[in-house]
Design a protein around this ligand. Structure first.
Ligand code: 6PG
Length: 223
């Protein structure tokens, strides 16, 4: 695992955009888009890169169980910050279906048609509890031992999430973790120094090539 630390969130976003542009240069390629708030600045910079976007297929390692136009939707964020601005394709889970399990299964079938030996480039974030994608500590999706896309009930949030399983993420050629802010410093230390088997570490440990891009605040407890 490579760990790189950048002074500011802006430096981090610029470095992440440049790194991802390099990883996406060889096409056709699939690109897993992290959700949440941290990647937005990176997506805005990345969309200005001159790449063969028409050969880039984007997908979501996780999604919130909300309607597509809901402000919490990762697909909506990804469209607004990124895929509406480049001719890349975004394949998103259909959250208008009545059942999250059904939506996850349908999406898994779509992804299977896109992946050769698994995902290519995957961008992930982490939560302050060490979750990644929507693999939260203590939730059922963590015990899925096959490459899969599943519905995951998250008691702490009182909601369903859709998420790639750890074995699916393990098949990725490249995983890039993007982590910013003081609120993540303890989780970063627990994952990278204390080596606690938090979900983000479980995913990282099973993957072939992992890069951690952090800003100084997120890396504050590493030294
Ligand atoms: C989600 C994400 C999740 C995210 C972390 C960090 O849907 O919430 O995919 O795994 O990466 O929760 O979120 P922030 O970037 O908003 O801190």
């Amino acid at each position: 695992m490579r760990i790189e630390v950048y002074d500011t969130p802006e430096d981090l976003a610029a470095a992440a955009a440049a790194r991802l542009a390099g990883l996406l240069a060889e096409t056709p390629v699939t690109f897993g888009l992290a959700g949440g708030s941290t990647p937005a600045a990176t997506y805005r910079m990345l969309r200005d890169e001159l790449l063969q976007w028409e050969h880039v297929t984007c997908w979501l390692p996780d999604e919130r169980w909300v309607p597509p136009e809901d402000p919490l939707s990762n697909a909506l964020m990804a469209r607004r910050q990124f895929t509406d601005h480049v001719p890349a394709q975004l394949i998103a889970p259909d959250t208008t279906l009545p059942d999250p399990g059904e939506a996850a299964a349908a999406y898994e079938r779509l992804l299977a048609a896109e992946f050769d030996n698994g995902p290519d480039v995957v961008l992930l974030g982490i939560g302050s509890d060490g979750h990644t994608a929507s693999l939260f500590p203590g939730t059922e999706a963590l015990s899925v031992d096959q490459p899969a896309y599943v519905a995951n009930w998250v008691d702490r949030l009182g909601t369903w999430r859709l998420t790639a399983s750890a074995p699916l993420l393990h098949q990725s050629s490249q995983i890039v973790y993007l982590v910013s802010g003081q609120g993540k410093a303890e989780a970063v230390r627990r994952i990278l120094v204390d080596e606690e088997p938090l979900p983000a570490r479980v995913v990282a440990e099973g993957a072939a090539d992992v890069t951690w891009l952090l800003d100084a605040e997120a890396a504050a407890q590493l030294s």
